[in-house]
Structures are given as structure tokens and as C-alpha cells.
Ligand binder design. Structure first.
Ligand SMILES: Nc1ncnc2c1ncn2[C@@H]1O[C@H](COP(=O)(O)OP(=O)(O)OP(=O)(O)O)[C@@H](O)[C@H]1O
Ligand SMILES: [Mg+2]
Length: 348
């Protein structure tokens, strides 16, 4: 099929007689290619993240899911270049707005963090300094990135605290972190992360330290901010219910690799990788929280054989699975799977 774009300003939309080259999707905001992160140890380098490819488009939310130890946080920290020795990024590119973040100097990288990519952690206390008021910390974000100073920075901090739903923001701005409840503290941490209007937010289990009601509130907040600020988001979660509610796409990680990736409705609705299907089976619908009752566990780093890392736990494992690792192949438009025996399973 072909299409023609009308001249700028003309009414109407695409027409079906364009003969030029195929129109590409908008370039991704974040394009991670072949990322490999290792931890050096006495017996060599342990591979925590291996050959990860991940794209996040403008205004898109991608959920990264998988069991504990699968490499989700290491992936997020690698993207932000926050991996510390003995860890290191061994290979790959992290293209953000077209630049490879791996090639930036530490000072440039500090400007990217906070200004262009915001970070929200599971523990808000990790993001906030106990000896400064929350208002001062949000104001500092404006000052560090030279967006506002003094009185203006303080006023904008109060606006930001109000925007994340903190009641009586002008008063609460004078509170220290220990004076806030867990839910308000996470809202304050989100205010600090979003103060400079970053294009991308990386949120690593932002709600799992909160009780269930607060989890829902903070997720609604993130979804609302995402719409009003036009944010892209990498949301790391154990909770498939959260992933299906909030994300456009889902990437499933197992043992350092992305084993399935695609539109949420396909990955969670008709999963093709047996690991995705097992995770869904272990997460009863409507019951928030961590997966449970999935037999076996993620293999310790360095213990994998030559084949597929999931083979020892896999109901579909065949001799080829033990012999060689599966490559990643497309199933449908934008839906990929790394499995020798992919098979769509209808969920529900
Ligand atoms: N500082 C470190 N030194 C050595 N190994 C590490 C370090 N940090 C992470 N790892 C290893 O890297 C692997 C991936 O860890 P990661 O923290 O990314 O898992 P995760 O998917 O975020 O798990 P969780 O859901 O529990 O947060 C694990 O095997 C972990 O033990
Ligand atoms: Mg983690």
C-alpha cells in the first residue's frame, strides 16, 4: 500500500498513492543495543545482562518484568551509567536522543541524569537526603540544572509538589523526609525526579515498598504525569497486573536476557515464550504483588550451560534447547521471542 502526505497546511490526512520510500516510525527516544553488563570477580566476569535490545519511543511506556535476579535493575542502572565496580558495561550502545550515552563524560552524564532522564527508585529515601527539606531538594533540582534559582526555584518546587498531589504543598515543602508518610515520600521523590521535565523516567519498582492502596495511587499519579508531561517511561515491576495497566509494551527478562518483547496486549494476552506463560500462570489476575509458585529459580550467574537458560525449568524443553541458545526472532509486527519452540498461549 502507498500513501501521499499533503503539503503542510492543507487539510486532510494521508492519501493512498505515495511512491516514495517507506515512512519510518519516529526515531526512538531510547535505543539500547546489545547491552552487556558484567561483574568482575575472582573467577572471571559474571554476565548479569546479556545482549539486551530495548527501544522506547516518545511518550511510550515499556514495562520490564521478570523474577528477582533476572537483571532488571542492572539494565536500568546501566542505561543511567550508574553501575559501579566491580560491575561494568562490557558491550553495547545506549542511544538516547541519538547520542550514545556510553561516550559521554561524567559531567555530561550528570546533566543527562535528572535533566533528561529522571529516576524513581523503590525506596524514596534513597533519592531524598534526610538533612534537607523536601522543598529545598526539589528546588535544588532546578538549580543544579540551571533552570531557576532562589525564590523562583522554591516557588516552582512548591508547584511541583502540588502537581504530584501533596496536599498543602507550601507547608509540606518545609518538612524533612522523616516527617512524611511512605506514600507522600514517594510522591516527593517523584516530584524531584520530574522537576526538570525529563523526557524519560526510569522507575525501578516505584510502588513495591508501598501498601496496596498507595500502590494504586502512585501508579495513577505516574500515568497522569506521563500524559500531562508527555513522558516516556521504563517501568520495572514484578507485577504483571501493573504492567498490563500502565505499559504500551512489555519486555520479559530471564537470566539477563530479554526473552520476549512486544505490545502489552500480545505479550500478556498471547505469550509465546514458555517463561512469559509461566509468569502469567503464577500471577492470578487482579491479585497484585509478586509472582509466586513458579517452580525452580533463576540460575545463579555463571552457572548456565550452553543452551537456553530457561531450559531446566521449561515444559517445552527439547534436546536443541540444551544444546544451543535461541536467537531472538520476530513473531508479529513488533513482537519478538527468543525460544526454539515458541507457541502462542491464549491467556485467560
Ligand atoms: N553489585 C553487584 N555485584 C555482583 N553481582 C550483582 C551486583 N548487582 C547485581 N548483581 C547480580 O546481577 C544479577 C541481576 O541483578 P538485578 O539486581 O538486576 O536483578 P533484578 O531483576 O533487579 O531483581 P529484583 O527483582 O530482585 O530487584 C543478579 O544475579 C545479581 O546477583
Ligand atoms: Mg531490581
Amino acid at each position: 500500500m502507498t500513501a501521499r502526505i499533503r503539503p503542510a497546511g492543507a487539510a486532510g490526512t494521508f492519501q493512498a498513492d505515495y511512491n516514495g520510500p517507506p515512512m519510518a516510525d519516529p526515531p526512538p527516544l531510547l535505543d539500547v543495543r546489545h547491552l552487556t553488563t558484567v561483574f568482575d570477580g575472582p573467577s572471571g566476569a559474571l554476565v548479569a545482562v546479556e545482549d539486551v535490545n530495548l527501544r522506547i519511543g516518545p511518550r511510550e511506556t515499556v514495562a520490564l518484568v521478570g523474577e528477582s535476579g533476572s537483571g532488571k535493575s542492572v539494565t536500568a542502572l546501566s542505561i543511567l551509567r550508574l553501575i559501579e565496580p566491580p560491575g561494568r558495561i562490557a558491550a553495547g550502545e545506549i542511544r538516547f536522543r541519538g547520542r550514545d550515552l556510553r561516550s559521554l563524560g561524567e559531567e555530561e552524564m550528570r546533566q543527562v541524569r535528572g535533566r533528561e532522564i529522571g529516576l524513581v527508585f523503590q525506596e524514596p529515601a534513597r533519592a531524598l537526603n534526610p538533612v534537607f527539606t523536601i522543598g529545598a531538594q526539589v528546588a535544588e533540582a532546578f538549580e543544579v540544572h540551571r533552570l531557576a534559582t532562589g525564590r523562583e526555584a522554591r516557588d516552582r518546587a512548591v508547584e511541583m509538589l502540588a502537581a504530584v498531589g501533596i496536599p498543602n504543598a507550601a507547608d509540606r515543602a518545609r518538612d524533612y523526609p522523616h516527617q512524611l508518610s511512605g506514600g507522600l515520600l514517594q510522591r516527593a521523590a517523584i516530584a524531584a525526579a520530574l522537576a526538570c521535565r525529563p523526557a524519560l523516567v526510569v522507575a525501578d519498582e516505584p510502588t513495591s515498598a508501598l501498601d496496596q492502596d498507595l500502590q494504586a495511587q502512585v501508579l495513577d499519579l505516574l500515568a497522569g504525569l506521563r500524559a500531562s508531561f508527555g513522558l516516556s517511561m521504563l517501568l520495572i515491576t514484578h507485577d504483571l497486573d501493573v504492567a498490563s495497566r500502565v505499559s504500551d509494551r512489555v519486555a520479559v527478562m530471564y537470566s539477563g536476557r530479554i526473552v520476549e518483547e512486544g505490545p502489552s496486549r500480545l505479550v500478556l494476552g498471547v505469550p509465546a515464550h514458555p517463561y512469559t506463560a509461566a509468569l502469567i500462570a503464577a500471577s492470578p489476575k487482579g491479585v497484585p504483588g509478586r509472582f509466586h509458585a513458579l517452580e525452580g529459580s533463576v540460575p545463579p550467574l555463571g552457572s548456565q550451560g550452553p543452551g537456553c537458560a530457561f531450559a531446566p525449568r521449561c515444559v517445552r524443553a527439547a534436546p536443541d534447547c540444551q544444546a544451543r541458545p535461541p536467537g531472538t526472532a520476530p513473531l508479529d509486527a513488533g513482537h519478538t521471542v527468543a525460544c526454539h519452540h515458541p507457541e502462542r498461549v491464549v491467556n485467560g
